[in-house]
Design a protein around this ligand. Sequence first.
Ligand code: PLP
Length: 371
Amino acid sequence: MSLANTYARYPVEFVSGEGAWLTDAKGERYLDFLSGIAVNNLGHCHPRVVAAVQEQVGRLMHVSNLFYTEPNVRLAERLSARSFGERVFFCNSGAEANEAAIKLVRKHRPRGDVIVALNAFHGRTYGALSATPQEAKQAPFAPLVPGFRAIEAADIPAAVDADTAAVLIEPIQGESGVNVMSAELLASIRAACDAVGAALVFDEVQTGMGRTGSLWAYEQLGVEPDAMTLAKGLGGGLPIGALVIGPELADVFVPGDHGSTFAGGPVVSAAANVALDVIDDEAFLTQVRDSGERLAEKLRELPFVASVRGRGLMVAAEVTTEAPALATRALTEQRLIINATGATTLRFLPPLIVSAEEIDDAVDRLKKLDI
Ligand code: PLP
């Protein structure tokens, strides 16, 4: 096997996908409640995404950011219009979006600290990793980028001071197990940042693009950031990231400050425009919230589920058994794709287009594990 040994992969090879379903090389069908880790929000191979990509890929694939393309300019305008944003920097992944955010806030307050929450996950590149205070992920790669302070989320408001460039925080922590930050806490972080002129940056890489039942998670929390990072669901399955920058920081970056050759190319931008067409629709988002409630309710009925938490279709269940083993059994015995984010935490990130029948089917598959 020539692949780098960086993932504990399951012994399954997928060859095709449609909606909430994947098919492996042997022709077996799997119900996907992970969505490529919150990427396939529209399900696999959504026909409108496929059509837009096919059309664009045959017309123009890449020109670099020395030039404009219509799909990319349109996407920037739409992301700004549908958020607090004024300008958008494009990149190719969540980690890169956070790298851009870190550079932005450092330039805004030179040599300032970036405060992050304990258990946060912001990515694997050096800046993003330095913002990810998890011993196992950071320790082998020391020394890290200086200037990050990891604080218990509840203590962040008191920690913000005149040396703080920004607070970078996930409104709902994803990789550490769907930990929802309260509206009150985020409001007091906002106030603390305002008091000293520090920036507030929301990492919506996982929570964005309808995942929580609103286009952006912050809309349900009543707190607006100065910038937010996006990736995962943004491209309807293709890799694109973005840093949306609000008015306060809109003029911080000038030509030469930051860049990326592939970023925001016309193909991924065309895909993202379609993803926005589908997701940024009140009926669609209402459906996400309803589906999330149905999933949570059904999960609560399982005998091995102690509690359920989350927003929309970003859901975690605390279980009374070993979660990683349970996720493996769900895959191998029931062909249900879920994942474990901790010893006793299961995470469910189905495509947002999942049907009520598919939700019931997924929970039935868990029931059949007979735990
Ligand atoms: N930020 C959050 C909240 C994430 O969940 C992730 C990935 O899981 C990242 C950043 C990193 O994104 P990527 O893997 O695209 O670099």
